[in-house]
Design a protein around this ligand. Structure first.
Ligand SMILES: Cc1cc2nc3c(=O)[nH]c(=O)nc-3n(C[C@H](O)[C@H](O)[C@H](O)COP(=O)(O)OP(=O)(O)OC[C@H]3O[C@@H](n4cnc5c(N)ncnc54)[C@H](O)[C@@H]3O)c2cc1C
Length: 484
C-alpha cells in the first residue's frame, strides 16, 4: 500500500477505499465499453466534508481524480486512467430538503433520478428530466452531462432544472454556484448553466438544488404503429407544424421493436411495424383530449396501422416500458452495444436514417434506431462483439461517419451523452481550434492544473487540431500507436 492509499484509509476507513486490482474491475468502464481502464484507487465518501478532505489529499500529492455517479454514461466520462483516483459519489444519496411551496429540492449528488420523483410524488410533484436510465443514473451525473430524456422536448434539459450547486474545487475549496431561491441569474454570471454539461472536468458537485414540477391534471400517451419509418417521421413533423408541444415524441425502428418484444421489456408493440411512435400529452384534461384528437388525425393521415391511447398510469407505463427498456433489450443481441448520440434538424430525420443504414451496410454493421424524434436527437445503436478487434474497428468507423453525417446535415455530434473520451476525435467536426481553445480556458478557471477528470470532453491539445481523425481512433482501439 502506498502513502496516499494509507492516508485515504485513515480518512475514510479501509472499507471505503478500494485499491486491489481485481476489486477495481467494477469501475473499469461506463456504458461505452470500448474504452476500459482500471483506476489507481476508488474512494466512497459520505459527505461534502469528506469529499473536501479527499480532494485536499489528492491536491497535495498532485494526483488526478474522476468524479463518478452510477457509471451509466455512454461516452467514457467516468472512466479513469491507471494513475487516477475515482471519487464515487453513490453513497451520497440523501434528499436533504424539499421546499414544497418554493418548488425545489436540495439533494446529494448520488440521489438516483427516479428516487427524487418517488420522494415527492405524494406531494403531487416530480423532477422533469427523465433519461431512460433514470432508475439508476444520479442527479450528479445528470448535472455533469446536462442529461436529457423523452420529456425534455417540452420541459428542457437538466440545465433548465438546476438552480444551484455546491461544488468542491480541485484544490479542495468550496464554491456555491447560483442561488437556491427564485430563478437563476441575471443578478450574476449564470454559473449553474456553465457547470451543466462540464462532464466532471470543473469540480465535484456535492449538493444540488433542482426545480420540482407540479404533476399535470391529465397525461395521455398515444402509440402509433406505421408501415414505414417515413410515415412516422412525417407524423412528427405534422404534429409540430400543427403548433402542438407534446411532452414527448419518441420513435423506435423495426429492429428495436423486435428486440424489445423478445425481451423482458415486452410492451405489446406490433413486430410487423416498421416504426412505433409514442406521443405523450399533458395538461388540463380537456386540453389533452383535444390535442389527442389532433395528434390522432396526423397519424391517420399517414396511414397508421394501429393507434392506442392510454390515460391510466398502468396502461401508460406499459406503452412506455418498451421505449424505456430499449437499450437493455438490445443488450441481448451481442456482448457490447455502441449507443451513438447525434442530432439532426427534425426535418432531416428521414434522410439521416436512410444514410445511416447505408453507412452501416458499407461497414458491415447494423445500426438500430430509437430516438427523441421531437428534438431530432438520434441514437443509432450498433451491437458488436468487443472481443473481436475487426468488429470493434468497423463499429467505431461507422460511428465516426454517422456523427460526420449529423454535422453535415446541420446537427451535432451529441445531443445528451456528452463528449467524454468517446468523441475526442469528433469534436473538431463542429469546433475550430480557436473555439476549443476558448473552452479549454474556461475549464482552466475551475481546474488550472488539469487534475479534474483529465483527458475528457476536450482534446488534450485543444487548439492543435487533434481532431476528426478516425484512423487514429481505430488504431487506439486496436492498441496500435497513432500513425503506426
Ligand atoms: C440504458 C441507458 C439509457 C440512457 N438514456 C439516456 C437518456 O435518455 N438521456 C440522457 O441524457 N442520457 C442517457 N443515458 C446516459 C447516462 O445515463 C447519463 O449521461 C447520466 O446522466 C449519467 O449519470 P451517472 O450517474 O451514471 O453518471 P456517471 O456515468 O457516473 O458520470 C457521468 C459524468 O458525470 C461526471 N460526474 C458524475 N457525478 C458528478 C458530480 N457529482 N460532480 C461532477 N461531475 C460528476 C463524471 O465524471 C462523468 O464525466 C443513458 C444511459 C444508459 C445506460
Amino acid at each position: 500500500m502506498q502513502a496516499l492509499e494509507r492516508d485515504l484509509c485513515r480518512l475514510l476507513g479501509a472499507q471505503r477505499v478500494v485499491y486491489e486490482p481485481d476489486a477495481l474491475l467494477a469501475w473499469e468502464c461506463d456504458g461505452f465499453t470500448v474504452h476500459r481502464s482500471r483506476p489507481r484507487a476508488v474512494v466512497l465518501p459520505d459527505s461534502t466534508a469528506e469529499v473536501q478532505a479527499i480532494v485536499r489529499l489528492l491536491h497535495a500529492a498532485d494526483v488526478p481524480f474522476v468524479p463518478r455517479g452510477a457509471g451509466t454514461c455512454l461516452s467514457g466520462g467516468p472512466t479513469a486512467a491507471a494513475t487516477t483516483v475515482v471519487i464515487d459519489l453513490s453513497r451520497m444519496r440523501r434528499v436533504l430538503r424539499i421546499a414544497v411551496e418554493d418548488l425545489f429540492a436540495v439533494v446529494q449528488p448520488g440521489v438516483v433520478n427516479l428516487d427524487l420523483t418517488a420522494a415527492v410524488r405524494h406531494l403531487g410533484l416530480h423532477y422533469a428530466p427523465d433519461p431512460s436510465s433514470q432508475s439508476v443514473c444520479t442527479i450528479g451525473g445528470n448535472l455533469a452531462e446536462n442529461s436529457g430524456g423523452p420529456h425534455c422536448f417540452k420541459y428542457g434539459m437538466t440545465q433548465d432544472h438546476v438552480l444551484s450547486a455546491l461544488v468542491v474545487l480541485p484544490d479542495g475549496e468550496l464554491a456555491r454556484l447560483g442561488c437556491e431561491a427564485g430563478s437563476r441569474p441575471p443578478h450574476a454570471l449564470d454559473l449553474p448553466a456553465l457547470f451543466c454539461g462540464s462532464e466532471g472536468t470543473f469540480a465535484i458537485a456535492t449538493e444540488i438544488t433542482v426545480r420540482l414540477c407540479r404533476d399535470q391534471e391529465s397525461v395521455r400517451t398515444l402509440l402509433f404503429a406505421f408501415a414505414s419509418m417515413s410515415a412516422a417521421c412525417r407524423t412528427v413533423s405534422d404534429v409540430v407544424a400543427a403548433g402542438l408541444v407534446p411532452a414527448a415524441l419518441e420513435i423506435l425502428d423495426q429492429a428495436t421493436i423486435r428486440a424489445v418484444e423478445a425481451s423482458v421489456y415486452r410492451a405489446g408493440y406490433p413486430p410487423e411495424a416498421a416504426a412505433v411512435l409514442l406521443v405523450e400529452l399533458d395538461g388540463p384534461d380537456f386540453v389533452t383530449a383535444e390535442e389527442a384528437a389532433e395528434v390522432r388525425a396526423c397519424g391517420e393521415r399517414h396511414a397508421a396501422l394501429r393507434i392506442e391511447e392510454a390515460v391510466e398510469p398502468q396502461e401508460r407505463a406499459r406503452l412506455w416500458k418498451g421505449r424505456k427498456g430499449a437499450f437493455g433489450a438490445m443488450g441481448r443481441l451481442a456482448t457490447d452495444l455502441y449507443v451513438l448520440d447525434g442530432v439532426v434538424p427534425r426535418t432531416r430525420l428521414e434522410e439521416a436514417l436512410e444514410r445511416i443504414a447505408a453507412i452501416g451496410r458499407r461497414h458491415g454493421v447494423v445500426p438500430n434506431n430509437v430516438f427523441h424524434a421531437g428534438d431530432g436527437n438520434l441514437h443509432p445503436n450498433i451491437s458488436f462483439d468487443g472481443r473481436c478487434p475487426d468488429q470493434t474497428a468497423r463499429t467505431i468507423a461507422a460511428g465516426h461517419e454517422i456523427l460526420q453525417l449529423c454535422v453535415d446535415l446541420g446537427g451535432s455530434i451529441t445531443g445528451e451523452h456528452g463528449v467524454g473520451s468517446e468523441k475526442l476525435d469528433h469534436i473538431g467536426m463542429m469546433f475550430s481550434p480557436a473555439d476549443l481553445d476558448v473552452m479549454a480556458r474556461v475549464r482552466a478557471v475551475f481546474d488550472p492544473d488539469g487534475r479534474c477528470n483529465p483527458g475528457k470532453a476536450l482534446p488534450s491539445r485543444a487548439g492543435c487540431a487533434e481532431v476528426a481523425k478516425w484512423p487514429q481512433m481505430v488504431a487506439r482501439v486496436l492498441g496500435v500507436e497513432d500513425g503506426a
